[in-house]
Write a protein that binds this ligand. Structure first.
Ligand SMILES: Cc1cc2nc3c(=O)[nH]c(=O)nc-3n(C[C@H](O)[C@H](O)[C@H](O)COP(=O)(O)O)c2cc1C
Length: 225
C-alpha cells in the first residue's frame, strides 16, 4: 500500500509524530508498506489565493508554483493518507491548513447533494480506494470540547475519516513519563497492525488510544509544578 504521511508538527521532536511512527511500525509488521513522509514545515506552501484557477484548468494542480503540486501528486497516488499534527487553537496548524485548503484542485466546481442533505463538490477523479486517518496530539488533558471543532472539520473535509485524538501528548517526550508513554506507543503499534489489515480502527481501539495516560488532576499538577 502507498501511504502518504503529512506531518504537520513544526518540531524536530514531535510528540504526535512519536505516536505516528509507532503506528507505522505496526503497519509495516506483516507487510512492508510504501511510506512517504512529508514534513510540511520544510515545504514551501503559500496560502490559497482563492482565484479558482485550478477549477478553470481542471488538471488536478494549483496555479501557484510551489511545493503543493508535488503533494497533490503524492496525494492522488496514495491508498492511505495520514494527517499527523498537534492541535493548535482547537484546529490544525496553519501551515498544514494551507495544504488542506489547497487540495481543492482535486475537486470540481460542480456540486452534488448527499442523501443527508449536505452539499459536496464532485471529485475530479475516483478517490473511493483512498482511506484517511487523522492522528492529533494536544497539550491539554482530556476534556469535552477540546477536539470538537477539529473533529467536525475532519468529518466533513475527509468524509468520515478514522480519527485518533490524543490528550497529554507532551508526555511522549518527557523521559520521566516513559512508564505511561511506552505502553501508549505499544498500543499505537498494535493499532497500526490492525489498520493495515482492515483499513479501519475499531471503536474499542480508538478509545484505548485516546485514554489519557494520567488523570486530569495529576497532569495539571505536573504542568503547574
Ligand atoms: C500555537 C499553539 C497552539 C496550541 N493550541 C492547543 C489547543 O488548542 N489545545 C491543546 O490541547 N493544545 C494546544 N497546544 C499544545 C500542543 O498541541 C501540544 O504541545 C502538542 O503536544 C505538540 O505536539 P507536537 O510535538 O507533535 O508538535 C498548542 C500549542 C501551540 C504551540
Amino acid at each position: 500500500m502507498k501511504i502518504l504521511v503529512l506531518n504537520g508538527s513544526p518540531k524536530k521532536k514531535s510528540d504526535t509524530f512519536r505516536l505516528t511512527e509507532a503506528f507505522l511500525r505496526g503497519m509495516n509488521k506483516r507487510q512492508r508498506q510504501e511510506v512517504r513522509v512529508v514534513n510540511v514545515i520544510e515545504k514551501k506552501i503559500a496560502p490559497c489565493r482563492g482565484c479558482f484557477g485550478c477549477w478553470k484548468r481542471m488538471d488536478g494542480h494549483c496555479v501557484i508554483k510551489d511545493d503543493q503540486n508535488e503533494i497533490l501528486d503524492l496525494y492522488r497516488a496514495s491508498d492511505v493518507i495520514i494527517w499527523s499534527f498537534p492541535l493548535y487553537c482547537y484546529a490544525m496548524p496553519s501551515h498544514l491548513k494551507a495544504v488542506l485548503d489547497r487540495t481543492i484542485p482535486l475537486v470540481k466546481m460542480a456540486m452534488r447533494q448527499e442523501a443527508d442533505g449536505s452539499v459536496r463538490h464532485e471529485a475530479l477523479a475516483d478517490f473511493s480506494r483512498m482511506h484517511t486517518l487523522v492522528i492529533c496530539g494536544c497539550g491539554f488533558p482530556d476534556w469535552e470540547g477540546n477536539f470538537e471543532g477539529l473533529r467536525k472539520m475532519c468529518e466533513v473535509c475527509f468524509d468520515g475519516p478514522d480519527m485518533v485524538c490524543v490528550p497529554e501528548t507532551p508526555l511522549m517526550n518527557v523521559p520521566q513519563a516513559a512508564v505511561v508513554a511506552d505502553p501508549l506507543l505499544a498500543k499505537f503499534e498494535a493499532a497500526g497492525e490492525e489498520y493495515a489489515a482492515s483499513l479501519t480502527l475499531s471503536p474499542e481501539t480508538v478509545a484505548a488510544l485516546e485514554t489519557p495516560m494520567i488523570s486530569k488532576e495529576e497532569y495539571i499538577r505536573n504542568v503547574n509544578g
